[in-house]
Design a protein around this ligand. Structure first.
Ligand code: ZN
Length: 439
C-alpha cells in the first residue's frame, strides 16, 4: 500500500523520465497472492484501492496489460515489502518500447548465438570483463573529464574487441543492450525516484550491477549475450544522459545502438588508452579467469534433439489462428534458466508455461518445456505457437480427434474444448488446434 502511494506521489517526476513512458495516471496493480491486490494510478470508478484475495489470471511475476478494465494496466507481484518495484518500471518500459521503439536493423533478436563462431572465446570473455571494469570505473569517477576519458577508453576497447567478431554476435549484443539496457536504466532510475534517493546514487547502483556475474550454472550464451547486456546497456544509457548527448532519447527510439551514439557524441580513446586500461585492470589475470570459467562451463543442451532425448515421449501442442484473431492466443512462460537452442527454440529445463485461447487452456508448472520462438510466427496469414512438453503416451489414451479432452495431473493441466487434429510420430503426439476465421 505504501509502495503504491509512493508511486502515485511521484507520478509527475515519473512521467518526465522518458516522455510518454509513464503517463501520470499509469494504471498498475501490486499483487500478493496470499494477501490481495492494491490498485494504483487510474482505475475503474468502483475499484477499491485494496481488494483481498486472489486475482484471476495473475500467474506470473508481472503481467503487461492485465485485464483490469483499464487499458494498459501493468501488474507486479512484489518480492516482499521491501521490493523497490524496479521490475515494474523495467517491464512497463518494454511495453512502451513495443510501440515507441524501432530497432534499426532486422538482426539481433535471436537468443541463440553460436559461440564457436567467435575465434578466441577466452579472449572475448576476458575482453568483456575488462570493458565491464572500465565502464564501472567510469560510473564511479566523480570528476567529469576523467569520467569522459574512461568512457572513451571503454569505447576504444570495445572497437578492438569487435574487429574480428561475427556480425550476428555484434547485432545481438547491440540489440540486447538497446532493449534491456534502456529498460534497466529506467527501472533503476524510477525505483530511485520513488524511494527519494538522490540522482547521484544511480551510477553507483548501476556500477554494482556491473560486477562480473559468477553464476556458473548459467548457460554461457545467456550470461555473455543476455544478462551482461542489462547493466552494460544501463551504464551506456546513463553515460549518454550524463554527457547530454543530443536528442538521445529520440535517437535511441529510432534504433541507434547505445555504443554507436556514445561514440558519435564523445569519440573514442587511443590504442595507448586501451593498453593502459588493460594493464591497470590486469588483462592477463582476466584471461586466466576466463579460461577457468570456460573449462567449468557446462556443455549444456544446445540442440532440440538433445533436449528431446531427455524424455521418451513428448506432447507437442500447436495452436494456430488467423492473424486477425492472433490476440486471442496467449502464451507466457517463465523459468529460472532458459537455454536458447541452435534452431531458435528456447528450452526451459524447469519452468512454467501458460497457453490459452478460446476453447483451449494449458498450464504446466515445474516441468521441462520447449518453446518455439519467435513466439507467434506468421506465415500465409496464420499465426502459430508451439509448446512441447514431456508426457507419457499413457496419459493421452483418452485423446480422440474432435472430442473434448481434459487432463489434470501434478504440474499439468490441459483442457481442449473444441475440435483438434492428432498426429502420432515416434515419441511424439502432436495436437493441432486451430481457431477458425470467425469466432
Ligand atoms: Zn527486460
Amino acid at each position: 500500500m505504501a509502495q503504491a502511494e509512493r508511486v502515485e506521489r511521484h507520478a509527475d517526476a515519473l512521467s518526465r523520465l522518458w516522455p510518454g513512458y509513464w503517463p501520470k495516471g499509469q494504471p498498475f496493480i501490486l499483487y500478493a497472492p496470499d494477501i490481495g491486490a492494491v490498485f494504483g494510478g487510474a482505475r475503474l470508478p468502483d475499484t477499491p484501492r485494496f481488494r483481498p484475495g486472489r486475482l484471476e489470471g495473475a500467474e506470473f511475476h508481472f503481467v503487461l496489460d492485465y485485464p483490469s478494465g483499464v487499458p494498459d494496466t501493468v501488474l507486479l507481484r512484489p518480492d516482499g515489502a521491501d521490493d523497490d518495484l524496479s521490475t515494474l518500471f523495467h517491464e512497463q518500459f518494454h511495453d512502451f518500447q513495443n510501440t515507441a521503439f524501432r530497432w534499426m536493423s532486422g538482426d539481433g533478436h535471436q537468443e541463440f548465438v553460436d559461440l564457436n563462431a567467435i575465434p578466441d572465446l577466452t579472449g572475448f570473455i576476458a575482453a568483456l570483463d575488462l570493458e565491464r571494469l572500465v565502464l564501472q570505473a567510469a560510473l564511479l569517477e566523480p570528476d567529469a573529464p576523467a569520467r569522459k576519458h574512461l568512457a572513451q577508453t571503454y569505447l576504444a576497447l570495445r572497437t578492438a574487441r569487435s574487429a574480428d567478431l561475427p556480425a550476428e554476435v555484434l547485432a545481438v549484443q547491440q540489440q540486447r543492450e538497446w532493449s534491456e539496457g534502456t529498460a534497466e536504466f529506467i527501472g533503476l532510475q524510477a525505483a530511485h525516484l520513488i524511494a527519494d534517493r538522490p540522482d547521484a546514487t544511480l551510477p553507483s547502483t548501476i556500477a554494482r550491477a556491473l560486477t562480473t556475474p559468477s553464476q556458473n550454472d548459467m548457460s554461457l550464451v545467456s550470461e555473455l549475450l543476455r544478462w551482461r547486456a542489462y547493466p552494460v546497456g544501463a551504464a551506456l544509457t546513463w553515460l549518454l544522459a550524463d554527457v547530454g548527448a543530443d536528442q538521445w532519447r529520440a535517437q535511441l527510439g529510432q534504433g541507434v545502438p547505445l555504443d554507436v551514439l556514445l561514440r558519435q557524441t564523445i569519440g573514442e580513446g587511443s590504442v595507448e588508452d586501451a593498453a593502459a586500461a588493460a594493464a591497470r585492470f590486469d588483462l592477463p589475470g582476466l584471461k586466466a579467469q576466463a579460461a577457468e570459467r570456460l573449462a567449468q562451463a557446462l556443455e549444456g543442451v544446445t540442440t532440440r534433439e538433445a533436449f528431446l532425448d531427455q524424455a521418451p515421449h513428448w506432447l507437442v501442442l500447436e495452436l494456430t489462428a488467423p492473424v486477425e484473431r492472433g490476440k486471442e492466443i496467449q502464451l507466457s512462460f517463465s523459468a529460472a534458466k532458459m537455454s536458447p537452442l541452435a534452431d531458435g527454440a528456447i528450452a526451459l529445463p524447469h519452468g512454467m508455461v501458460v497457453m490459452e485461447a478460446p476453447g483451449f487452456a494449458l498450464k504446466s508448472e515445474r516441468n521441462p518445456a520447449l518453446i518455439d520462438v519467435p513466439v507467434g510466427v506468421v506465415t500465409g496469414g496464420v499465426i502459430a505457437h508451439a509448446v512441447t512438453l514431456p508426457l507419457a503416451a499413457a496419459d493421452l489414451h483418452e485423446l480422440r480427434a474432435g472430442e473434448p479432452f481434459l487432463l489434470e495431473k501434478e504440474g499439468l493441466s490441459l483442457r481442449i474444448a473444441a475440435p483438434y487434429e492428432i498426429h502420432q510420430q515416434a515419441g511424439r503426439t502432436r495436437i493441432s488446434f486451430a481457431l477458425p476465421q470467425e469466432p
